[in-house]
Write a protein that binds this ligand. Structure first.
Ligand code: MN
Length: 245
């Protein structure tokens, strides 16, 4: 299936938000345009700036759900991995969009190569207070409780969390919020692969590494704040591209 489609596309960190409709427009153009010809689309988290729950009736959210569904119905398998912003995305979103939810740290086959996919926040182990918060928020009991709060309570809580996050980001050194190099090597070793793709840091690049004497690479997807960022994977290689706006 889809063997005649020559490229797989990977994106992350669009941070879709009603306050920035230009990003949503660019994403819709992308979904209706080049994504239609893709073998598959992988979204590695933080598609949304915030996700209150799959029951959020906001028109901006519903239209993106419908656009993802249209891509799925056009025959393009779409995979979604949670980011730290949209970790509340659940099974209803998956059913409505047709997206397959992937666990953070899943190994997939891309054009014959086994590749480790992550959002990237778990790699930032230097930021201990964030990792502590993450463990609490991603605990199944917390997720259960959050999903059973009223939409209004989730809205209030989301605002508080984002305000706290902004204060934390403002007060934390840039290198602490970047990935920990040893964590990259450990992840590649554990997954027994030589390529890792992640987002989250908003520092798009293809880094060459050495893991136990063998060449490896870490591909970092960019954010969509001022332009789009897409990793295109073909049989003959990869290309990290920007989409102008
Ligand atoms: Mn993130």
């Amino acid at each position: 299936m889809n063997a005649d489609r020559r490229k797989t596309l990977l994106i992350s960190d669009l941070h879709l938000d009603p306050s920035a409709p230009g990003i949503a427009r660019q994403f819709v153009d992308f979904l209706r345009g080049e994504a239609r010809a893709a073998r598959a689309l992988y979204i590695l988290g933080d598609l949304f700036e915030a996700w209150l729950g799959d029951d959020d009736p906001a028109p901006a959210v519903r239209s993106i759900v419908a656009e993802l569904r249209a891509l799925h119905d056009a025959g393009v398998p779409t995979y979604f991995m949670h980011g730290n912003r949209d970790f509340l995305i659940g099974s209803r979103f998956a059913a409505e969009t047709g997206c397959t939810l992937l666990e953070d740290g899943t190994v997939v086959d891309l054009h014959g190569e086994r590749v480790l996919l992550m959002h990237g926040d778990v790699l930032c182990t230097g930021d201990t207070s964030y990792q502590r918060l993450r463990r609490i928020l991603r605990n199944p009991l917390t997720l259960f409780l959050l999903r059973h709060l009223s939409l209004e309570s989730r809205r209030k809580l989301g605002r508080k969390l984002r305000a706290g996050s902004q204060m934390h980001v403002g007060a934390t050194a840039a290198e602490i919020m970047d990935v920990t190099p040893a964590e990259i090597v450990a992840s590649l070793r554990q997954a027994r692969v030589s390529t890792l793709v992640h987002g989250h840091t908003h520092r798009p690049a293809i880094h060459s590494l050495d893991v136990d004497g063998k060449p490896a690479r870490r591909i970092v997807l960019g954010d969509w704040y001022t332009q789009g960022s897409v990793l295109e994977w073909r049989d003959d290689g990869v290309e990290l591209r920007t989409l102008g706006r």
